[in-house]
Write a protein that binds this ligand. Structure first.
Ligand SMILES: Nc1nc2c(ncn2[C@@H]2O[C@H](COP(=O)(O)OP(=O)(O)OP(=O)(O)O)[C@@H](O)[C@H]2O)c(=O)[nH]1
Ligand code: SF4
Ligand SMILES: [Mg+2]
Length: 392
């Protein structure tokens, strides 16, 4: 786990290395980073589970290098490894294929490349020269490529530059950039009740504040009861009010309709996923009837206080709304169940531990199966009739 002052892994650019066993993936990562991150040996299948290494790669900033197991490991154990590699495919922001010069059977690589392309993930190829080996194969599907010697490090600076150039087209995204302008006064309503962690702010509040400051806004933060007095003290109404969803009702009642309002969860849903898909998914809750199957999906298992949202609160609210007994299933971890088509809606957690690419992959999987998908925050906004009032 990263420390409090470090960028969480979910917000780092994910740079993933793929390739056959012994192609030199681990050696290439070590050469680029100048660190012995990954174990290198001439035994095929040295790297088993994906290895993650967070670091700063200037000028990109915080990144995480991901070393994966060989794509051609067909043993029984290999199957489990391939599954883990598939998970990396879903979250890679940029993919580097390490291919041995002279290797012409690239069908496995092509399959993976195709999947990455479908996700608009930039794909690079590093041809690894093994001394005495023949010329390199032509780039499999016209990828941007470089020739390296992963063992001596030759060419790896060029590979690093190629990664930097192509990761740059990957997004430097702003949470509020399309809603505010320089000089705007933005008011944040942040109840600091007993549920709030002692002595600090929660991550969405911190991230949104930083984002607004970066956008040149003047940020005014108030507790719920200070909303009205603060509005009275401002010379002009704020350009935007951002509230914690828990006090939406209060804020809505105390805020003039002509002041744009949104919530931290709507902003985070937009930042992390596909807000239009989530809103559409949330509106499909209106069609739920008794007996319908609903999947509640969480990305990880550590959520001590969130457990009851997923297993109690949300199911209760949805049952109340549907006026009957819905059939709930909970899942946690990477994928969705195989019989995903049976669900009338999927309600996903906020995904604070996964990156945006990973969330978009999940949204795509649901879309491909024709199942509406939303997330906790947007579903709760719908259930509280917030969607008619807030902007996103
Ligand atoms: N001579 C030479 N050896 C290399 C080169 N690149 C890697 N090797 C060697 O090839 C072997 C495999 O390299 P790794 O980096 O462990 O390969 P990998 O793709 O991570 O392999 P797995 O983890 O087993 O999938 C090691 O013994 C490396 O030292 C190279 O360019 N030239
Ligand atoms: S919101 Fe999702 S990813 Fe974040 S802690 Fe909860 S279950 Fe894990
Ligand atoms: Mg390896």
């Amino acid at each position: 786990m990263s420390g409090l002052n470090e960028t969480p892994r979910a917000n780092r650019v994910h740079i993933a290395f793929f390739g056959k066993t012994n192609a030199g993936k681990s050696s290439a990562i070590n050469a680029i980073t100048g660190q012995d991150i990954a174990l290198v040996s001439d035994v095929a299948g040295t790297t088993t589970d994906p290895v993650y290494k967070a670091m700063e790669l200037l000028p990109i900033g915080p990144v995480v290098f991901i070393d994966t197991a060989g794509l051609d490991d067909t043993t029984k154990l290999g199957e489990a490894r391939i599954k883990k590699t598939d998970e990396v495919v879903d979250k890679a922001d940029i993919a580097v294929f390490v291919i041995r010069c002279g290797d012409t059977d690239l069908s496995v690589e092509r399959g993976y490349m195709r999947r990455l392309k479908e996700k608009n993930t930039p794909v690079l190829v590093a041809y690894n020269i093994f001394e005495g080996k023949k010329a390199c194969a032509a780039a499999p599907i016209g990828e941007k490529s470089v020739v390296i010697n992963a063992k001596t490090g030759a060419g790896t600076q060029k590979l690093k530059q190629l990664i930097i150039d192509n990761a740059a087209q990957g997004e430097e995204r702003s949470i509020t950039g399309d809603m505010v302008s320089v000089g705007d006064v933005v008011m944040l309503v942040m109840p600091q009740d007993i549920q709030a962690p002692k002595g600090r702010l929660i991550l969405p509040q911190v991230q949104v504040t930083r984002d607004l400051l970066d956008n040149g806004c003047r940020v005014v933060s108030v507790k719920t009861e200070d909303l009205t007095p603060m509005l009275g003290e401002l010379k002009h109404p704020p350009k935007l009010v951002i509230t914690d969803s828990q006090v939406f009702k209060y804020v809505n009642e105390h805020l003039s309709r002509d002041i744009p309002l949104t919530s931290f969860s709507m902003l985070m849903a937009k930042y992390k996923g596909d807000i239009e898909a989530f809103v559409k998914g949330a509106r499909s809750i209106a069609d739920l009837k008794s007996g319908d199957h609903v999947l509640i999906a969480e990305s990880c298992t550590h959520h001590a206080q969130k457990g009851d949202i997923a297993r109690e609160k949300l199911p209760n609210w949805l049952n109340q709304y549907a006026g009957g007994e819905l059939v709930f299933e909970n899942t946690s971890g990477h994928g969705f169940p195989d019989d995903i088509e049976k669900y009338k809606v999927i309600v996903h957690c906020g995904g604070c531990m996964i990156n945006r690419k990973n969330m978009l992959s999940k949204i795509d999987e649901a879309k491909n199966a024709g199942v509406p998908i939303t997330n906790f925050g947007v579903a709760i906004a719908f259930l509280n009739s917030m969607l008619d009032r807030v902007i996103w």
